[in-house]
Write a protein that binds this ligand. Sequence first.
Ligand code: NAP
Length: 235
Amino acid sequence: MNILVTGASKGIGRAIAENLKAVGQVHVTGRNEEALKSFDSAGYFVCDLANEDELIQLGEFIKENSIDVLVNNAGEYIYGGIDEVNLSDLNHIISVNLKAPIYLMNCVVPYMKSQRFGRIINIGSISGVMGEAHASLYSSTKAGLIGLSKAAGLELAEFGITVNTINPGWVDTELGKSSIEDSEFSEDEILECIPQRRFVKPEEVAGLVKYLISAEAKGITGQSINLCAGLSVGI
Ligand SMILES: NC(=O)c1ccc[n+]([C@@H]2O[C@H](COP(=O)([O-])OP(=O)(O)OC[C@H]3O[C@@H](n4cnc5c(N)ncnc54)[C@H](OP(=O)(O)O)[C@@H]3O)[C@@H](O)[C@H]2O)c1
């Protein structure tokens, strides 16, 4: 099984890539070449997903490597009010968080169709499910992934291809820490709002990815699965 994980140089993507080594040949991508090199992968491709030429080259890399499993994990977070949005930030975050996942799905699906097998997992966020104040750009791109997974899940179901979104709550990573620093709340105040009073570990997301690509999970498609230590319960 050939696997591609985006944003695998650190954080959740790195944990996913590590965990999936047990089930297939893991190819990784990100901007940080040193970090990608240090991971004992089947292959790596350095790419800034916001750069259209590099994104197209990554699409070629995908086609050359007969990818059966695509994990669209790379993502960025921008903090700021809706009245502070500038077009450059808007274009950037839509490119990285939504356009790149759609384009990479476009590149990977023909091979998956030919095999009548494929697994696509998009890493969303609980912000895309519940909304997050002062993170409307981020929340809207993550909500977009949920719609994308539903539509593609329906369209590709007859080809044995599943498409799902995992929506993590607060995860203990660099991005998680910087979003706490940006927010108007302290770490303790945030923990107080999480029913399990803890941050999710990257390995927990990786474990769910591993399950979703397994044969046992072949009936799960088009779903939006919250992994958030209880944060979204009740919505
Ligand atoms: N941490 C949380 O609390 C949390 C919660 C909900 C959802 N998520 C989502 O989970 C995913 C992973 O987040 P994380 O917490 O692991 O973040 P992280 O530690 O900041 O890692 C982000 C990864 O994405 C890659 N990346 C970012 N911008 C990129 C770009 N323009 N081009 C190519 N690669 C890029 C980074 O690689 P390079 O630096 O090498 O480019 C890195 O490998 C994201 O989609 C995030 O939105 C995180």
